[in-house]
Design a protein around this ligand. Structure first.
Ligand code: ZN
Length: 249
């Protein structure tokens, strides 16, 4: 959507340009392998990491290839053709085999799922904690489900009636429009929205000495007041991509 509307930051800083082939949330079956690649990959059902680091720089070598300065992002950055096509070529090092029981639709949700999982891991939730997710999009709802699976009481705040109605089918403790949100203490607030005002709102809503996680991206600068961060002794964490959340635990 951000590419369609032109809001995507990479279009403005030169990391992406049209024409491009989108598609970074995908699954498929390996139909061919390149020179030197183990032929046992053939026929395997897989999904893949979006982030393709250079594998040579300091960040890549320390395990942070998802923030490599020279990375490609499949279907997003650096002109790497994405998955909105019948066939897709990716490095074998980016592949993850899908277990039986994960069909191709769920396989395509692994990528946003990795971002959601990392967001919940970074929120430092304990059983019985109360979490608030801002933005019931794919990542927000998956984060809510992971938090629920960890034993948290999960609330979701959203905007459109359609998305709120869908969120209500997923068994969260509360699903709210902004003007209905109850004044409860939230042990973690995960901002998975694209609203420029919500990062500051997340900081306002979180309990002192707890966590806010920023995984959503607005199309314009979304500012927070670091005085609030310091005065509330809050830990703020940013999450980019699924990469470190894709491997088996
Ligand atoms: Zn690198």
């Amino acid at each position: 959507m951000e590419f369609f509307t032109g809001e995507m930051q990479y279009l403005h800083d030169g990391h992406a340009r049209f024409p491009m082939r989108l598609g970074h949330e995908w699954s498929g079956t390996v139909s061919a392998v390149g020179y030197g690649v183990d032929a046992r990959w053939l026929g395997r059902r897989v999904t893949g990491d979006t982030m393709l680091g250079c594998r040579a720089c300091r960040r890549c070598l320390s395990g942070n290839q998802h923030v490599c300065e020279h990375r490609f992002e499949v279907g997003i950055r650096g002109g790497f053709a994405g998955a909105l096509a019948e066939q897709l070529a990716v490095p074998v090092t980016s592949l993850h085999e899908l277990p039986l029981g994960v069909d191709e639709v769920l396989g395509a949700l692994v990528e946003p799922g990795g971002s959601a999982l990392r967001s919940v891991q970074r929120a430092a939730l304990k059983t019985g904690d109360r979490a608030l997710v801002l933005g019931p999009g794919t990542i927000g709802l998956l984060a809510g489900l992971f938090a629920k699976a960890q034993g948290a009481e999960v609330h979701v705040m959203g905007k459109t009636q359609r998305s709120l109605n869908f969120a209500r089918t997923l068994g969260f403790h509360g699903v709210w429009a902004a003007d209905e949100l109850p004044a409860l203490p939230f042990d973690a607030v995960i901002d998975a929205s694209n609203a420029p005002t919500l990062p500051a709102k997340a900081l306002e809503l979180v309990e002192p000495a707890k966590w806010v996680v920023y995984v959503g991206l607005a199309g314009s600068p979304s500012l927070i007041d670091t005085r609030t961060l310091a005065m509330k002794d809050v830990t703020a964490v940013g999450v980019l991509s699924a990469s470190p959340g894709l491997a088996k635990p």
